[in-house]
Design a binder for this molecule. Structure first.
Ligand SMILES: [Zn+2]
Length: 231
């Protein structure tokens, strides 16, 4: 019945793959089979001291870090992030994150982790966009790992777009913008901070620094949907 319902819906409003633009068939969800199979997976979670963990080395203590697929602006797969952030398709992020979460779970990535925390949007941006894409990605990962999502970090100040800034300017742009209302509730916990994409790591670094500064004995791991290839 679900399939028949979907076929009727597809006739009325054809769903398309955000990566290649092809119309999706009734059994395909969000991405076509071909684009899903060709997703440029990082497999970072299979490597010790991987490229994402190296971004934070010597800056703030991070237990583990991994992201699902490589992101390059010129690559058609960048359309996934565009759709999640700007085309009101956060459910695509949640769906992809749930599948990625199953891979992470199978590799033991979630061992010892108590909760998943999304990087927040400032309320003005949240009001404009209508949703926080990182919350959806956090929900997808958390459901695969049977972990709770704690939407407890807030962005105290709005920050401008990071995309046209250099590394240090990016860090200054987000430094000190995050806050947590009840830090004692996270004392001694191991949390997974989740964002849609990691580029220089400035946003995740700023949030991790705030948590280390305010929460006794916290351990922090990181997960994103996309990992930018720099240079
Ligand atoms: Zn496709």
């Amino acid at each position: 019945m679900l399939s028949l319902f979907r076929q009727i819906c597809d006739l009325l409003v054809p769903r398309t793959c955000p990566v290649c633009g092809k119309q999706l068939s009734a059994h395909e969800q969000y991405l076509c089979t071909r684009c899903l199979a060709g997703l440029p997976l990082t497999r970072l979670h299979l490597h010790d001291f991987n490229a994402m963990e190296q971004l934070f080395a010597g800056k703030t203590p991070i237990e583990r870090a991994a992201g699902c697929f490589w992101y390059e602006r010129a690559n058609r797969y960048s359309q996934i992030l565009q759709s999640i952030k700007y085309r009101k398709m956060p459910a695509l992020g949640e769906w992809l994150a749930r599948q990625y979460g199953r891979d992470l779970a199978a590799a033991g990535f979630f061992e010892g982790i108590d909760a998943v925390i999304p990087i927040p949007l400032h309320s003005s941006k949240l009001a404009r966009r209508g949703y926080n894409q990182s919350l959806y990605i956090a929900r997808g990962l958390a459901s695969a790992a049977s972990l709770p999502v704690l939407d407890v970090v807030t962005a105290a100040k709005p920050h401008s777009s990071q995309t046209r800034k250099g590394n240090y300017a990016r860090y200054l742009n987000v430094r000190g913008i995050f806050a947590i209302a009840h830090p004692e509730k996270l004392a001694g916990k191991h949390v997974l901070l989740v964002d849609d994409v990691v580029t220089t790591g400035a946003t995740l670094l700023s949030c991790a620094e705030m948590l280390h500064a305010h929460v006794d004995g916290i351990k922090i791991s990181l997960a994103t949907l996309a990992v930018a290839r720099l240079g």
